[in-house]
Write a protein that binds this ligand. Structure first.
Ligand SMILES: Nc1ncnc2c1ncn2[C@@H]1O[C@H](COP(=O)(O)OP(=O)(O)OP(=O)(O)O)[C@@H](O)[C@H]1O
Ligand SMILES: [Mg+2]
Length: 227
């Protein structure tokens, strides 16, 4: 069997707040094969965002092992982690987080500005990412000139443009009407099943979870397979 995209063993995250210790994740074991679309559910405060932040190298675990695509990332320094993240992770937020004064094209181009790459190569990558999300005709629009669903598709193009293997999404359909949400979910399914991306999506919406290949439930920092 090929190695999993995500392999967590005993993954634990604690925060110290004065004299109290908060443990949003406790000894979590998780294995996600490459190309799987995984939904993560659980009540508010159960550690979902904390887990996404560890998987994407935004935060580091307190203990346990965390391998992404065969590299142990739990022990990387902050600088190493930043470089690793730029190449390997696409992060999609509930509220898109686009830069308002930039066009769709410029927003998607942002992650590529960190790399030394010719302008024409950048242009090609940005155009194909926007084409993939169905927004070739909105390239020069600013976020205020787009619908919420279109803004989220620009954000997905931005997450994809550097060709990461792993996409993490924190309630990507949480702010959208049903029709736009369906379109986003179909796009995520296509990214997993046709483009081989591994996707971990946090959602409160059982319909969104139904679009995924597998659903896991977090409860007070512990993974349970049944709700
Ligand atoms: N930086 C931090 N410092 C201290 N405690 C934190 C920090 N980040 C998260 N926590 C705590 O960890 C727990 C899990 O938080 P987390 O954001 O992962 O929950 P969540 O499942 O994403 O919730 P929601 O559905 O509301 O987004 C909470 O009790 C939270 O207060
Ligand atoms: Mg959260």
């Amino acid at each position: 069997m090929s190695q999993p995209m995500i392999l967590c063993r005993g993954l634990t995250k604690t925060y110290q707040k004065g004299s109290t210790t908060v443990t949003p994740l406790e000894a979590l074991d998780l294995e996600v094969p490459e190309g799987q679309f995984l939904a993560l559910m659980g009540p508010s405060g159960s550690g979902k965002t904390t887990l996404l932040n560890l998987l994407s190298g935004i935060d580091s675990p307190t203990s346990g092992t965390l391998e992404i695509a065969g590299s142990e990332i739990g022990s990387l320094s902050r600088g190493q982690l930043t470089r690793w993240r730029a190449r390997n992770i696409g992060y999609i937020f509930q509220l898109y987080h686009l830069v308002p004064i930039l066009t769709a094209f410029e927003n998607v181009e942002l992650p590529l500005l960190l790399d030394s790459m010719s302008k024409s190569e950048r242009r090609e990558k940005v155009e194909s990412a926007l084409e993939l999300v169905g927004l070739s005709d909105r390239m020069h629009h600013r976020p205020t000139e787009l619908s919420g669903g279109q803004e989220q598709r620009v954000a997905i193009a931005r997450a994809l443009v550097a060709d990461p293997k792993l996409l993490v999404a924190d309630e990507p359909t949480g702010d959208l009407d049903r029709e736009s949400a369906t379109r986003i979910l179909e796009l995520l399914q296509a990214l997993a099943h046709e483009h081989g991306k591994t996707i971990v999506m946090v959602t409160h919406d059982p319909r969104a979870a139904d679009a995924a290949d597998r659903t896991l439930h977090l409860e007070k920092g512990l993974l349970i397979t049944q709700p």
